[in-house]
Design a protein around this ligand. Structure first.
Ligand code: DGJ
Length: 734
């Protein structure tokens, strides 16, 4: 069992071959944190890790013991008010207005396996031997309330998951103002915090900053996990890079408002906490009511950022995503959005489908505009039945026509939204989140439906499941194109519940649809990647990474996304040139060479291609069919960052290491530069690999230690390649 309890020292040790996490019951019966890093041997006592310095001016718990102060003892789940002076993990208001609570150890249990959380997405196991869970029950006798901290350690992964549950069994009503999923007190502040920051069309750019005293945080108050910050941070040591060094990752399995923060105190202790954002959150608990937080996935590694990302990739691929597509290669799709926008009819769609089929494409996705009176973005959202003026055969007839071509068929939906110009709004204006007597702001002319109200969720479910049942639908792209504002729900007395209940409503609808239609592949989307998070991945194993389809911009977006999320989750398409977002012209080869490293598809009008372009696309589709298993289920390595220079290089290696692809991208043409090579990773040092393009054989140790030569004649004095050049090297063991 990788979780031990040492009775005499009252110490818990969670460990596997790679990591150790140690904490203990303190002499005031609260929990004190001792260690979280590389595995150390199990002993029955680590009390030397407790800081017992006497600090004269600190608030002390016991008289005559100035060494026991919560001001400097590192804690597991700290609460403000009895000596700890940092931001708390839990804040509760009691009926008398007090915020003082005291949760002390009551009991614990160590369970084989990993319990699931009710109504929330979580990582899971398939066999009880994969993980062990520790549940510690703390109790506050004044308010008769239980707090259960859960820790799961996976046997063969550098992963610990955490969540918190609270239950009021007393007679007074308590109000939770803040309840974080986890807290971790680290002994020093010598870390850089990495975050994935961005905006629409510029999602998940990698940024880092040195920890300083005070608070550094990322968050969302947008009602979705957002494109401004992703619910992930990593703390890395100064010398940690992609290939080596210590890094701690924290990823929240949640799709709504979140807070991830590190507070460095005056003793250089760094307190990491993560969970639902407390702003506008207020959850009242009456007798016997409870609250469950989402889960945080903590990864520790001393082998660098690639190793951290690979741990997340494998866990999210194997034990977060659900459904049959978890283990399946993804169909190559064509999406009509950038080909037609709203301007299409049935013939146009069928013609694109016919041409796509000729090119070898497998799935047709009909994007926005097929329902209600949706001819532009001012109307129609909420009316989930086909627009028969545009599609006389309806979705059932059109899906049949596309199936008859030999292709799968999918549709776009935006189930959480409504336009005022819609039948749904005219019938049920009360279904939107709008504050009485206040102006309502719009986003893209649309309003947010009140998914905290189950009646609304059921109404949408009934409409969309009818369309699905009547048609042949293999795929659904579930979009969400605005942030929340003026949030108020007429069905809740306590408005502090609404934003979290909304997300639970979204999860509930996903749950109903994925359960009722298990063969449908879901792709989540929120104006591109504004809700690319582990909560969504649980239901939808792929996500539209960004509305920005420019190959050069995508290098940064996909590189940053790969810090946490596996390639098989990244929606990536080849689009037209000049690109619709940045107006840049890039070669068709480069657009595909970037898009291969994801789910792959096309988003342009294939009926307007030249014969030469059609031939290139046929070859690209063939290439992806041959290598998608390697790409989507192999091990991904970042070799050269687009944030640091003109070249980006990444690679993916098959599980048995007999095959690899190296993606090389040079943004601008250079002239007369040095001779360059890049050290590859993850190969078998003893295998001899044939390298395409160079048409030579090299041993794995040569490619990893000497490097792959990437120089070409264009970077000497005869410039014959130009800007935005890229290549895919295929490596095959002989
Ligand atoms: C935003 C998405 O990200 C796009 O791909 C497209 O589906 C549009 N919405 C349609 O309105």
């Amino acid at each position: 069992m990788p979780i031990k309890y040492h009775e005499i020292s009252k110490t818990f040790h969670l460990y596997n071959n790679e990591i150790s996490y140690i904490f203990k019951i303190l002499k005031n019966n609260q929990l004190g944190h001792l260690y979280y890093a590389k595995a150390i041997r199990d002993k029955d006592n680590y009390d030397y890790l407790l800081e017992t310095l006497s600090r004269g001016m600190s608030v002390c718990t016991f008289e005559n013991d100035s060494s026991f102060s919560l001001d400097h003892i590192k804690q597991e789940y700290p609460i403000y008010g009895s000596g700890d002076m940092k931001h708390p993990t839990l804040d509760i208001t009691l009926e008398n207005g007090s915020h003082i609570v005291n949760f002390i150890y009551k009991e614990h249990e160590i369970i084989k396996g990993k319990p699931q959380l009710e109504n929330l997405p979580t990582t899971y196991i398939e066999d009880n031997n994969e993980a062990t869970t520790l549940k510690i029950t703390l109790y506050d006798e004044v308010i008769e309330t239980y707090l259960i901290l859960s820790y799961t350690i996976y046997e063969n992964r550098n992963v610990i998951t955490r969540n918190t549950y609270i239950k009021n069994t007393g007679n007074q009503k308590i109000t939770i103002n803040k309840i974080m999923s986890m807290s971790l007190d680290l002994p020093d502040k010598d870390y850089e915090m990495i975050e994935l920051r961005g905006a629409w069309a510029r999602e998940r750019h990698v940024k880092s900053r040195k920890l300083e005293h005070g608070i550094q945080s990322i968050y969302s108050l947008r009602g979705c996990s957002s494109n401004a910050f992703n619910p992930f941070i990593a703390l890395k040591r100064e010398h940690c890079d992609e290939y080596q060094g210590e890094v701690l990752g924290f990823s929240l399995v949640y799709s709504g408002n979140f807070l991830a923060q590190v507070e460095v105190d005056t003793y250089d202790v760094s307190r990491v906490s993560m969970g639902i954002h407390p702003h506008c959150f207020k959850w009242e608990l009456d007798t016997n009511e409870s609250f469950q937080t989402p889960e945080v996935i903590m990864v520790y590694n001393d082998k660098g950022l690639n190793a951290m990302s690979q741990t997340y990739h494998k866990l999210y691929q194997e034990r977060l995503c659900k459904g049959k597509y978890r283990d399946l290669e993804r169909p190559i799709l064509i999406n009509n959005w950038e080909a037609t926008y709203f301007n299409f009819d049935e013939d146009k769609i069928v013609n694109i489908g016919k041409k796509a089929k000729e090119l070898g494409i497998e799935l047709f996705v009909l994007d926005d505009g097929w329902f209600g009176h949706r001819n532009d973005d001012h109307r129609g959202l909420g009316d989930w039945y086909p627009n028969l003026d545009k599609i006389p055969s309806g979705i059932s007839g059109l899906s049949q026509k596309i199936n008859d071509l030999g292709m799968k068929f999918g549709i776009w939906v935006e189930l959480e939204m409504v336009n005022k110009d819609s039948d749904l709004y005219r019938k049920h204006p009360e279904y939107t989140l709008e504050t009485p007597n206040r102006h309502s702001s719009n986003g893209r002319n649309q309003y947010v439906l009140d998914f905290s109200n189950d009646e609304v969720v059921q109404c949408i479910y009934n409409m969309i499941s009818k369309v699905i049942k009547e048609s042949h639908i293999d795929y659904i792209k579930w979009d969400m194109n605005r942030c929340m504002s003026e949030v108020y729900s007429s069905c809740h007395s306590s408005q502090g519940k609404v934003i979290h209940e909304y997300i639970l409503g979204v999860y509930h609808l996903y749950d109903m649809l994925t359960t009722q239609f298990p063969n449908i592949l879901f792709e989540s989307c929120a104006s591109g990647g504004a809700r690319f998070d582990p909560g969504m991945l649980y239901y939808a194993p792929q996500c539209w990474t960004s509305d920005n389809t420019d190959a050069v911009e995508r290098l940064k977006i996909q590189y940053g996304t790969s810090f946490v999320y596996p390639l098989f989750s990244m929606g990536s398409h080849v689009s037209a040139s000049p690109n619709h977002q940045v107006r840049r012209n890039t070669p068709l080869e480069t657009r595909a060479n970037v898009a291969y490293f994801g789910t792959f598809g096309y988003e342009l009008d294939v009926t307007k291609l030249s014969i030469e372009e059609q031939d290139i696309i046929k070859q690209q589709v063939e290439f992806m069919k041959e290598y998608r298993h390697l790409i989507q289920f192999g091990t991904f390595y970042r070799l050269k960052s687009p944030f640091e220079g003109n070249e980006t290089i990444w690679m993916v290696v098959s599980k048995d290491k007999t095959q690899a692809l190296v993606g090389y991208y040079r943004t601008l043409q250079e002239i007369n530069v040095g001779y360059r090579r890049v050290n590859l990773l993850g190969l078998n040092k003893d295998y001899q690999y044939h390298v395409s393009l160079l048409n030579q054989d090299f041993y794995g140790d040569e490619l990893m230690n000497v490097g792959l030569i990437t120089s070409d004649s264009s970077s000497s004095d005869h410039n014959d390649e130009g800007d935005f050049v890229s290549r895919i090297y295929v490596l095959k063991a002989n």
